[in-house]
Design a protein around this ligand. Structure first.
Ligand SMILES: *Cc1c(COP(=O)(O)O)cnc(C)c1O
Length: 429
């Protein structure tokens, strides 16, 4: 692109296109990407950036992947979309078969939806309908932990961290739910009963009002990038059973191998009653998600007065998205993805470790293909972003968190460059 074309593009963008969590009065800089292939994003001026974000957890196989492209092209020539009301199609069935084969045992029903936030809405609706069907309409509360992130729609937002989810902004228009402290025991620390005492007390005190506990298994993503002990999750499963409330696992960020297990629930060997997946489902090609549940949940929901789950998005089970998702799952399972994630984990561990010596750094932590550097103070996003781009890497920090979750296909050289450049730039800042 010529400099003039680029400037015109950026000018229209600045004037008219709203970006995530961005001001339209003082728009933050946006970098024009015109193509992407493998782990590289290509900017309009021809510069190439090593992608450290997988476009927010999703592009696990990298960009412009021949296998996913072929699946999309094939499906496009057959059926790009058809309504799912009263109609089914092979792409939906094929994907359903694959999901049931790999998801935690006990999950037997699949509800396809358009995005992660919608999958969370559907999960919450399932939980409420489950109780309404049993005449327990008083169960109008959800219980969750602080530092969670579940999406930006209203029900999802109401279970996000109350502070960084900006609950005060929406007081009065957002449902009020129950929050326990975030799990205090780190991934590799021994779990003790006291770590879950607060949550247990809330379960005890509000037992008759709680419909479900919703939590991100093992990895708290956008709400703090924290990794907690599998034993905490195992104990939470026990408590949900003991108190008779449903457990919703939000695997939207963790699903499809990111944490070192196909689904993070596997770290604790548990199955939730309801599970949300999204993000990496299509390998980052399209917005798509699903909510899965047990037969017990679906049977109960459907035995109620409504007789059905009261939800049905227009683009439900979009065939293109289904076909690409199936291809993405096959691609993942056809490789030794476990050793590959272990490779990324050990490289990130090694090359991010020097950041521990930097003055501004509070903590460095790595799990699976996720590397996090937590600073003492929030970083100046615009400044640090420009430094990253000038150095040829794409990383998008938020607040005090500078983190990477690269596409799984990243090779050792690019991974080393990504991590060492990141640390070098933090050292300068
Ligand atoms: C990203 C995310 C969501 C929301 O998904 P969207 O596709 O952005 O709506 C929900 N839960 C978790 C854990 C996420 O990481």
């Amino acid at each position: 692109m010529t400099p003039d074309t680029i400037e015109a593009l950026l000018e229209f963008d600045r004037d008219h296109l709203w970006h995530p969590y961005a001001s339209m009065v003082q728009p933050p800089p946006a970098y024009p990407v015109v193509a992407a292939s493998g782990v590289r994003l290509e900017l309009a001026d021809g510069r190439q950036l090593i992608d450290g974000m997988s476009s927010w957890w999703s592009a696990i196989h990298g960009y412009n992947h021949p296998v996913l492209n072929a699946a999309a092209t094939q499906q496009l020539s057959e059926l790009s979309h058809v309504m799912f009301g009263g109609i089914t199609h092979p792409a939906a069935v094929e994907l359903g078969r694959r999901l049931l084969a790999i998801c935690p045992p006990g999950l037997e029903r699949v509800f396809y939806c358009d995005s992660g936030s919608v999958a969370v809405e559907v999960a919450i609706k399932m939980a409420f309908q489950y109780w309404i069907a049993q005449g327990q309409n008083q169960r109008d509360k959800l219980l969750t932990v602080k530092h969670g992130y579940h999406g930006d729609t209203f029900a999802a937002m109401s279970v996000c961290d109350p502070l960084n989810g900006m609950h005060h902004l929406f007081t009065g228009v957002m449902s009020q739910h129950l929050f326990a402290e975030a799990p205090a025991c780190r991934f590799d620390q021994p779990f003790e009963e006291q770590h879950i005492e607060g949550l247990k007390t809330l379960l005890q005190d509000h037992q008759e009002r709680i419909a479900a506990v919703i939590i991100e298994p093992i990895v708290q993503g956008a709400g703090g990038m924290r990794f907690y002990a599998p034993a905490y999750l195992a104990r939470l499963r026990e408590l949900c059973d003991e108190f008779g409330v449903l457990l919703i696992a939000d695997e939207i960020a963790t699903g499809f191998g990111r944490s070192g297990k196909l689904f993070a629930c596997e770290h604790a060997g548990i199955s939730p009653d309801i599970m949300c997946i999204g993000k990496a489902l299509t390998g980052g090609y399209l917005s798509f998600a699903a909510t899965l549940c047990t037969t017990h949940v679906s049977d109960t929901v459907c035995s109620g007065e409504a007789g059905a789950l009261m939800h049905g998005p227009t683009f439900m089970a979009n065939p293109l998205a289904c076909a690409i998702s199936s291809a993405s799952i096959d691609l993942l399972l056809a490789q030794d993805w476990r050793s590959n994630i272990a490779r990324i984990e050990s490289m990130l561990g090694r090359h991010l470790a020097p950041a521990r010596e930097l003055a501004g750094v509070a903590e460095v932590r790595v799990l699976g293909a996720i590397g996090v550097i937590e600073m003492h103070e929030p970083v100046d996003m615009a400044t640090i972003q420009r430094r990253f781009v000038d150095a040829g890497i794409w990383i998008r920090p938020f607040g005090k968190l500078v983190y990477v979750m690269p596409p799984y296909i990243i090779d050792d050289d690019d991974l080393r460059t990504l991590a060492t450049t990141l640390v070098r730039i933090l050292a300068m800042s």
